[in-house]
Write a protein that binds this ligand. Sequence first.
Ligand SMILES: *Cc1c(COP(=O)(O)O)cnc(C)c1O
Length: 456
Amino acid sequence: MVRRSIIEPFKIKVVEPLPMRTVAERERILAEVGWNLFGVHAADVTFDFLTDSGTTAMSAAQWGAMMTADESYAGSRSFYRFEEVVRRITGYQHVIPTHQGRAAEHLLFSLHCERGQIVPSNNHFDTTRANLEQLGVTAVDVVCSEGRDPHLEHPFKGNVDLARLEALLAEHRGHVPFVMTTITNNTGGGQPVSLENLRAVSAICKRFGVPFLLDACRFAENAWFIHVREPGQGSRPVREIAREMFELADGCLVSAKKDGLVNIGGFIALRDGAWVPDLRSRLILTEGFPTYGGLAARDLEAMAVGLDEVLDEAYLAYRVAVARYLADGLAAVGVPTMRPPGGHAVYLDARGFVPHIPPHEFPAQAVAVELYRAEGIRSCEIGSVMFGKRPDGSFAASALELVRLAIPRRVYTQAHFDYVLEGIAEIATRKDSLRGLRITDEPAFLRHFTARFAPL
Ligand SMILES: *Cc1c(COP(=O)(O)O)cnc(C)c1O
């Protein structure tokens, strides 16, 4: 008999109450925070799908390791344990801890990029792009054409457009400090990159003599997708696939708040030692001594255990099944989502769901607000609130109106997702009555964090 239920491949030892509020309480809260979900206290959120970053539930083994951490300033035993795990998983010799991903980005970019250069990637994550742009470097997205179509079913929508990459490297010869690839491609919806594509990117970089770096926050999810989707990879252990991904590149930048299964932490790992002395000196200036890099040793212990745990195939099968379950459940009640679901999030297509709300009335924000008002679900608008403002302040509709439901790791159970799906199904029955919003107050930049709205 084939089992259809997803089971969480863990037992639960520590629990936390799920915050419950009434609809009336949430309506009062929404009015107080100006219908902006970033202003809602987490204690008033029942299901928090704002992000999968740093929201992981840690294991007993991680908490246990934290208790025995060595908090020495220099040469901590915990650092060497962490270094051993990163070396074993990646094959890279040089390991530099940082307090999170963007610190790793800032450290490496500020030393190895110059104004006027360009850095290609499938899609740059927003902190990656911002850290390059503030140095005067142009961040160029070269994701494959399939990756730009939100409804197309394709196994590897995170792949790099190889012809575009080659053309870019030929045109800007001498002005590309390195090529990056984000695995999985967060900005594109958590879509994976195939091994075949990584091999080709690696070969192109070698041919042009340009280093190749992975933005590897979700390396384990990417390796799992290769294992289940790429011809010829099904019989290889995920750990071996992950190792090959790293071997194709020269180094990686990692926010361990994702597949590190920790609440804080990150690192740079490099095959070659040439950049290391400068990185370590700058690390001492900005993050801390090279054997703790802005973290407590207990955080290094938690990362060391988490990086191994995340490669457990039962965990990865469950992880990816959850996103698929949520997306299929939404499709069953007529709620369109970006296809196929990625590893860490499901993106509800608000333009398809509430076509009667025009872009300047923020359809994705309207849906996000209703998910919270009716069901206590917090999601993240990725649409015209986030991207709809031109530098001159005028309105320009975002290409897509999405509501992202990011899934924290090991936090919610299948019963929680069933409950969430029932709630969204109920909203779907009366979606035609949803109304848009207008902005009543907004800052000059990054308005999605602090803007206030009023319902129309
Ligand atoms: C989260 C993330 C980062 C930045 O990491 P932080 O730990 O949030 O600073 C960089 N790249 C990708 C792909 C990410 O998902």
